[in-house]
Design a protein around this ligand. Structure first.
Ligand code: ZN
Ligand code: ZN
Length: 570
């Protein structure tokens, strides 16, 4: 008896006091234990503690399977998720476990729906929110963990993730709480000197950039159009080159590897895109497999329909394995606002053949190789191939001119033009013509003579509207006043400048607001992507108001005529 009492007082005489550098863990940012010390539990002055060291164990919170309480949940019932149902019932360790439990489980939905009606206070703020597809992005269905690596409590499972005095949260930890156990060990005896001190953190978050706001322009409302009728149409368009995973390999050395991983970027991209809530999303560099497995299913759930145009550079000699990593342009649109009437696909390969045939026979092969094998769905650029870039932009705009004029429709062209402001392709679009001097250096094949270097569309770059608006001085700083374009839309260690544009026909559309631009200083890196910015480009977005059709041109079309021909071009 006496001995036991003695033991008790011994184990509780000392306790560990530990402070974390932050109680809000962020993926990729090391959490450090500071000021770990052994203190006398009774706050009495006595002998100092014996020589000792500290041991640490880090755990990540997780949720057990609703059927198998010792297994980790990897899937959640999507109906339960929508009903905000009790977490204990909705998680399963595998798809098989879920389907085996289905007959019993589905009865629970009725009950949960009633409960939701009666009690709107969700107790689930803490809980990892599953993607709407019903599974965590990072946990393999049916994954089994080493028994020693998990600690099971009533309705919780904690997975061991680390055993040093610091911890760097990973994507796997995202949205989960972390828990640190610290104890002191007698250096000579190897025995515990203290009970575990337990600290539980807030749920782990992803690093993110400050939210970008839509900035309303102030001079657009006094334009003389007898507007503001109830059927005024306002809609928004986003253009975003999301950086294909296949192109990110072996590049961007300044970006930590984990932040460059597709698993990480795809979550950040989707989150960002959803926040903008644009009516039309023009995404470039969307890899085929990522389109099919990720963007299409995720965005369809939010009411988007989609047109996808794969780049056509791939030919006979493209390996099957490479085909899935081909990329292209995806144009999503809110199906409650837009309907696909017609789809025109412009393939630069086909356009090129007429030019190639016009060339002198001896350079035809070379011309064919130069113009076609490099074709891309967003405008091609590579060093010394400025003629190919110009060729593609000219064919794009000329093709659209034919469509837009015969149909009398408002037109928006956006995407990654791989052309700087003031370059020949940019001048051609916004000035209606380009005065390109054909020289050996820029036009080695002499194709300029075959290009129609003028058009009659009244195309304007949406972001130039910032410079004509009052009250947006904050944005002027982020513009280049000489070119009337943003200072940058692309920022890497190789290039800093503007390559992306949203052009629109200003006789039929008015820019109402624009997504605010980004400060170079707010990117605390040598470029993007970075943990907070998921692509090497930044997103552009504009919201437009439709002018009354009588303003569009000399002979207005009969109204109502659905003016929304979405042209997938990026
Ligand atoms: Zn369910
Ligand atoms: Zn199970």
């Amino acid at each position: 008896m006496a001995l036991e009492e003695d033991q008790d007082s011994k184990t509780s005489q000392w306790e560990v006091s530990v402070t974390l550098s932050s109680n809000q863990p962020v993926i990729g940012t090391e959490i450090i234990t500071t000021e770990t010390k052994l203190v006398n539990s009774y706050h009495t002055i006595g002998a100092p503690p014996p020589p000792h060291s500290f041991v640490y164990t880090w755990y990540r919170h997780s949720i057990p399977c609703s059927v198998h309480r010792h297994k980790l949940a990897t899937v959640q019932c999507t109906s339960c998720a929508k009903l905000n149902a009790s977490i204990e019932k909705s998680y399963h360790c595998s798809s098989k476990c879920f389907s085996d439990a289905w007959n019993k489980h589905k009865k629970y939905h009725h009950w949960a729906a009633n409960a939701a009606r009666n009690n709107s206070t969700g107790n689930q703020q803490d809980v990892k929110k599953l993607r709407s597809s019903g599974s965590w992005p990072n946990l393999i269905d049916g994954s089994v963990l080493d028994e020693n690596a998990i600690m099971v409590e009533e309705d919780n499972i904690w997975i061991k993730v680390g055993s040093s005095n610091t911890y760097v949260p990973t994507l796997y930890d995202c949205d989960f709480r972390l828990r640190l156990h610290s104890a002191a060990v007698d250096s000579s005896l190897g025995t515990r000197l203290s009970p575990d001190n337990i600290v539980v953190t807030d749920p782990v978050i992803k690093p993110s950039h400050p939210p970008r706001k839509m900035i309303r322009l102030q001079n657009t409302l006094n334009l003389n159009f007898n507007a503001q009728s109830s059927n005024d149409v306002v809609f928004s368009v986003l253009s975003y080159n999301i950086l294909a995973d296949s192109l990110s390999i072996n590049a961007f050395g300044y970006c930590p590897k984990w932040a460059l991983a597709w698993e990480y970027r795809q979550e950040n991209l989707l989150e960002e895109i959803i926040k903008y809530d644009a009516d039309i999303l023009c995404l470039q560099e969307v890899q085929c497999d990522h389109f099919e497995n990720f963007f299409e299913p995720e965005l369809k759930k939010l009411g988007y329909s989609v047109m996808y145009k794969k780049k056509t550079g791939a030919g006979l000699f493209t390996a099957e394995s490479e085909k899935s990593t081909n990329h292209g342009c995806a144009t999503f649109y809110h199906s409650k606002l837009f309907k696909e009437i017609m789809k025109y696909e412009l393939e630069f390969d086909k356009e090129a053949s007429s030019v190639v045939n016009a060339l002198e026979p001896r350079i035809r092969f070379k011309g064919s190789h130069r113009l076609t094998s490099k074709a891309n769905t967003h405008i091609h650029w590579s060093k010394g191939h400025e003629d190919v870039t110009l060729f593609q932009v000219v064919h794009l705009v000329n093709g659209l001119e034919k469509i837009a004029q015969s149909q009398q429709i408002p037109l928006i062209i956006c995407g990654d033009f791989n052309s700087r402001p003031g370059s020949d392709p940019h001048n051609f679009v916004v000035k209606g013509s380009a005065n390109c001097i054909s020289e050996k250096a820029n036009d080695p094949l002499g194709i300029y003579q075959y290009l129609k270097l003028h058009h009659s569309l009244s195309l304007v770059s949406a972001y130039s509207s910032f410079l004509h608006s009052d009250g947006v001085e904050e944005q002027w700083r982020k513009m280049n006043s000489q070119t009337s374009e943003p200072a940058f839309t692309f920022f890497s260690d190789k290039f800093f400048g503007t390559l992306d544009y949203i052009f629109y026909t200003d006789n039929s559309l008015i820019v109402e607001s624009l997504l605010e631009l980004v400060d170079r200083e707010s990117i605390d890196n040598n470029g993007i992507p970075s943990p907070a910015w998921p692509s090497d480009h930044i997103a552009l977005m504009a919201s437009f108001r439709l002018r009354p059709p009588s303003h569009w041109g000399l002979s207005p079309p009969p109204f109502p005529l659905n003016p929304w021909h979405l042209v997938a071009l990026n």
